[in-house]
Design a protein around this ligand. Structure first.
Ligand code: DGT
Ligand code: MG
Ligand code: MG
Ligand code: MG
Ligand code: MG
Length: 271
């Protein structure tokens, strides 16, 4: 087919490949969620249905994109880890970035009424997103440690903040009261003034939400692998917790991902 004389503008579309053999992290974050959470009556500091909805939307991303092996979420954000050797969309940055963000956002809206049936959406929520590349396991581990440490720091602060405010203190005085306090002081304040044992709060609030894919099933020699004719776990090179199965299924956890055990149990994630 003959090309139109306008065709040359295509040359302005530059390739934007992500360098090969690096870990890809896409982080989405709610845009203006301070206002959004107020407008939709989110419970302070943590709204369980709203967090469950975030997790549901993250799951939709993982269900659609099998190269996303791990996702970690807290507050209005989620980070997605795409495996190092992935060739998703030929590693085109914009394509990956926009697809993850769009999938997440549309799933967030799609499932809204299921999770918050009594709170109609007042306006369309939006998320921003970025792609960051990490060259080695160390940086990927440190990245997710950074996010989970942030979850803890923010949650401890916010739990104290809202306990004080709900007890009648003004937000200005509350900010002052908490200024410069370390985590020990915050824990003690929660316990002595409000009878709250921080460690008994929901693990989802303290540790965030980790969605992790189990090792994909190895294709059987006939090429027609199914869950029922899979080989025994012992024939797999990589150890996988039996309860997570061997089918690439996604499970949700609220546990420590800073220490070694989480990663040692799932060495294939960073392979
Ligand atoms: P941004 O990201 O620069 O567009 O601005 P924001 O307003 O989204 O700020 P960000 O992402 O730093 O902080 C997240 C906001 O979302 C923060 O104001 C608290 C709010 N938020 C997130 N989850 C919850 C929740 O479960 N309950 C309540 N009440 N607020 C939440
Ligand atoms: Mg943001
Ligand atoms: Mg935000
Ligand atoms: Mg945020
Ligand atoms: Mg198209």
């Amino acid at each position: 087919m003959a090309k139109s004389r306008f065709e040359y503008v295509r040359n302005f579309e530059l390739p934007d490949p992500l360098i090969p053999n690096t870990y890809i992290v896409v982080r989405i974050d709610g845009r203006g969620f301070h206002k959004f959470s107020d407008a939709h009556g989110f419970t302070k500091p943590n709204d369980v249905p709203a967090l469950d909805l975030m997790n549901r939307a993250a799951r939709a991303v993982m269900d659609d994109l099998s190269d996303v092996v791990l996702a970690f979420g807290e507050s209005d954000e989620f980070s997605f880890l795409i495996r190092r050797s992935s060739n998703l969309y030929n590693r085109r940055r914009s394509k990956i970035n926009s697809t993850v963000c769009s999938l997440f956002t549309s799933a967030y809206v799609f499932y809204w009424s299921q999770y918050l049936p009594d709170r109609p959406l007042k306006y369309p929520p939006t998320f921003d997103s970025r792609v960051v590349l990490y060259p080695s396991e160390r940086e990927v581990r440190d990245y997710f440690s950074w996010r989970q440490a942030d979850t803890h720091i923010n949650n401890l602060y916010n739990t104290c903040f809202w306990a004080l405010v709900q007890s009648g203190m003004s937000t200005t005085d509350t900010n002052k009261a908490l200024q410069g306090t370390d985590s020990k002081a915050k824990n003690e304040m929660l316990f002595s003034q409000f009878g709250i044992n921080y460690n008994n709060l929901s693990p989802m609030f303290r540790k965030g939400s980790t969605l992790v894919r189990s090792a994909p099933a190895e294709p059987s020699s006939s090429g027609a692998g199914s869950a029922t004719d899979m080989p025994e776990a012992s024939t797999f090179a990589v150890p996988v917790r039996p309860f997570e199965g061997l089918t690439g299924e996604v499970v949700i956890l609220h546990e420590d991902i800073i220490g070694d055990p989480f990663w040692l149990d799932r060495t294939w994630l960073l392979a």
